[in-house]
Design a protein around this ligand. Sequence first.
Ligand code: ATP
Ligand code: MG
Length: 301
Amino acid sequence: MTTDNQKIIAVFGPKGGVGKSTITANLAIAIAEMGKKVIAVDLDLGASNLHAIFGVRDTRHSLEDFTMKKVKELSDCVTDTNIDNLGIICGGDVPGIANMPYQQKVKLINNLSTLDCDVIVLDLAAGVSNNVIDFLFIADTSLLVTTPEITSLLNVYSFIKTSVFRRLNFHFKALKSIELLELLEKAKDSIENPSLATMNGFLEAAAIIDQRASESAKKVLTKFKPYIVINRIKTPNDANVGTVITDLMQRYINILTSVIITIHEDQCVGKALSMLKPVMIAKPSCAFSLDVKEAAYKIMD
Ligand SMILES: Nc1ncnc2c1ncn2[C@@H]1O[C@H](COP(=O)(O)OP(=O)(O)OP(=O)(O)O)[C@@H](O)[C@H]1O
Ligand SMILES: [Mg+2]
C-alpha cells in the first residue's frame, strides 16, 4: 500500500495484445507532463517489453536483479527515460520470474512505496494469475484495458468476476473463515445457487454467517473500482461497448461503478513504435495521445 501522497495505478486486462503496455507507457508520460514524478514498472514478468515502447535500450538493472538480490534497493533498478519526471523499472526476461515466489513478491510490494515518486504505474501481464491479482489489489486505481470486440467484452466480465472471487478467497483465507470459503465456492455455481449469483446476494448470505467478515469483504471490493478502458475504437458505436460492461458489472457485482475511458485506433501508435519513440513524444497531438492525456486528467483528478 502506498503512503498518503503516493498513488499506484495498475494497468491490466484479460487478453494479450490489447494495448496495456502502450497505454501504461503513454499514460506515465502524460502524468509526468502534469508535473508529477512518475515511475513505470514492467510487471509483465518473463515477457517484458515496456522499455521497448519507451525506446530504452540500456536497462542496466531489472526487477529480476532486485528479486535475485543482485541489487539492494528497488530504486537501483530505476532506469532514466530521458523524459522529465519519468523513470522505468524493467521486468527482466529470465524464464521462471513470472512465477515469482510469494516472499519475493511481498518484498517487492513492500518496496514499491519506498520509491521516490508521486505516481507508480504498473504494467501487468494479461489474465488473472495470482501475480496479477496481488499487484492489482495493492493499487489505488486500476485500468482494465480491452478492445471493443464482443469476444473481448465477455472476457472482461468473467475476468472481473474471477478477480473478485480470487480476492475474496484470499481475504477469507486470511480470516481463516472456512464457512465463508465454502459459501464462496457455492456462489461460483450461480445456477445451483441463484441467491448467491449477485455480489449483494453473496454478501447478505455471508453477513448471516459472519457480519464482520462480510463488512470487511465489502470494503475490499469497494476499493476495486477499475476504470474500463476501451482501446482501439474505430466507430462511435465502439465507444458504447463500455456501457455493456458496466451494466453487467452493476447487475451482478453491484458494488462496482466504473468510469469508461475510450482511446482511438491510431496509426501513429505503430509509426512511433518503429521510430523507437513513445507516441506521446513523437506525436503529442494525435488522437491516441489526446485520448491518453484526457484519461490522465480523469485519473489524477
Ligand atoms: N490505440 C491504438 N491504435 C493502434 N495501435 C495500437 C493501439 N493500442 C495498441 N496498439 C498496438 O497494439 C499492439 C499491442 O499493444 P501492447 O503491446 O501495448 O499490448 P499488451 O496488451 O501490452 O500486450 P501483451 O499482453 O502481449 O503484453 C502494439 O503493436 C501496439 O502498437
Ligand atoms: Mg504488454
